[in-house]
Design a binder for this molecule. Sequence first.
Ligand code: SF4
Length: 93
Amino acid sequence: MLEHLASHTTPSPRADALSWQEQALCSQTDPEAFFPEKGGSARPGKRTCHRCEVRAECLAFALANDERSGIWGGTTGKERRRLQRTLRGAGAR
Ligand code: SF4
């Protein structure tokens, strides 16, 4: 969880590419919602993502960086892996 939030606030050489994180709605809400316990509901975090203006940028970042845990861009890690497989399959055609 801290890793998720830290990535939204830690300055880095990638600062320009990460400027969308300044508008991250999750930084204003309960961080626990973005890392539900195993078997817990992802709905509260996803609900916040659906209202977030930088959802597309967040999802693109998670896919590009192979973020496997937590909710990013309104998706769970499992959903992102499925999306990656679909995208790889589409690229192979
Ligand atoms: S889409 Fe969700 S995880 Fe991404 S910055 Fe917005 S609220 Fe945070």
